[in-house]
Design a protein around this ligand. Structure first.
Ligand SMILES: NC(=O)c1ccc[n+]([C@@H]2O[C@H](COP(=O)([O-])OP(=O)(O)OC[C@H]3O[C@@H](n4cnc5c(N)ncnc54)[C@H](OP(=O)(O)O)[C@@H]3O)[C@@H](O)[C@H]2O)c1
Length: 275
């Protein structure tokens, strides 16, 4: 109880920019931060109504913020977005690089993916993170926080072939976190990647219903030992925790927030693995 009061006190009045926070995991992050009293710049690409809905929910939680349209694939848009944050907030304490990009457009196996699809994935992920951090760093307060959202099986395994362009870019983003962590350590700014597991109320819900049902029943069978998918609030909780004062010594890490899914062993039948 005392801990959470202290945590709220530390985070209250801070300023965050969360890319792609109109919907899905980004919205979960924005709302969790707002719950702690953080003011949030809600970035979106096209869905202004969803962005306004996130902002309304932020206000219901007693915090505030504004919406900012920007395509993270376009460096000039990122520059404008950060400059809007400077104009409206005057400072920044937390930068979360979460926006998805057109994932379904660049889903293609490694031997078939076109150079165009590959470059689109780079623009949405590794380039967006590079430019985002370079732009945000000047505005970030000392002891600020930078976080990137990743996906552990995509960045560390190779089994889901159509995820090739995204997965390899997520691996690049995780590596960039380590380099940025060293570069920004003198200012006490931490830089970490948080790997979400399969999350409900996200891009997953845009897949054909049969695919969604198959994925969810797979997790519920026990391939996620908590027997459920994650929620945007679960990921928001992991991010908010890394934004606390006590997390100031954790930097350059890739942290998995997946309810334990990545602990399961694909070589051994589930029967032998479940408690
Ligand atoms: N869903 C999962 O299970 C899962 C698992 C691991 C990691 N992740 C990662 O979590 C992040 C969020 O994914 P999600 O599933 O929450 O996606 P989502 O529900 O489809 O939401 C995507 C968000 O990104 C915004 N966006 C898309 N392209 C953009 C661009 N070019 N510039 C700015 N904003 C853009 C969208 O804005 P509009 O509303 O305007 O379209 C929306 O706010 C991604 O980095 C993804 O790789 C997801």
């Amino acid at each position: 109880m005392t801990e959470s009061v202290n945590e709220k006190k530390y985070l209250a009045g801070k300023f965050a920019l969360v890319t792609g926070s109109s919907r899905g995991i980004g919205r979960g992050i924005a709302l969790k931060l707002a719950e702690k009293g953080v003011k949030v710049a809600v970035n979106y690409l096209k869905d202004e109504a969803a962005a306004n809905d996130t902002l309304a929910k932020i206000k219901e939680l007693g915090s505030d913020g504004f919406i900012v349209q920007a395509d993270v694939c376009n460096p000039k848009d990122i520059e404008r977005m950060v400059s809007e944050v400077r104009d409206k907030f005057g400072k920044l304490d937390i930068f979360v690089s979460n926006a998805l990009g057109n994932l379904l457009g660049f889903m293609s196996p490694p031997l078939q993916v076109s150079l165009q699809q590959w470059e689109e994935a780079c623009r949405a992920q590794s380039s967006a993170f590079l430019v985002g951090v370079q732009q945000a760093a000047g505005l970030l307060s000392d002891k600020g926080r930078i976080l990137a959202i990743s996906y552990w099986p995509g960045s560390h395994a190779g089994g889901f072939l159509p995820y090739f362009a995204m997965g390899t870019n997520k691996a690049a983003v995780e590596a960039m976190c380590r380099y940025f962590a060293v570069a920004l350590a003198p200012r006490g700014i931490t830089v970490n990647a948080v790997c979400a597991g399969i999350t409900d109320d996200s891009i997953v819900n845009s897949l054909p219903k049969e695919a969604q049902d198959a994925m969810l029943s797979w997790l519920k069978e026990g391939w996620n030992p908590m027997k459920r998918p994650g929620t945007p609030a679960d990921i928001g909780g992991a991010i908010a925790t890394l934004c606390t004062e006590d997390a100031g010594w954790i930097t350059g890490q890739t942290i998995i927030a997946d309810g334990g899914a990545s602990l399961m062993n694909p070589e051994v039948p589930l029967f032998f693995q479940l408690p």
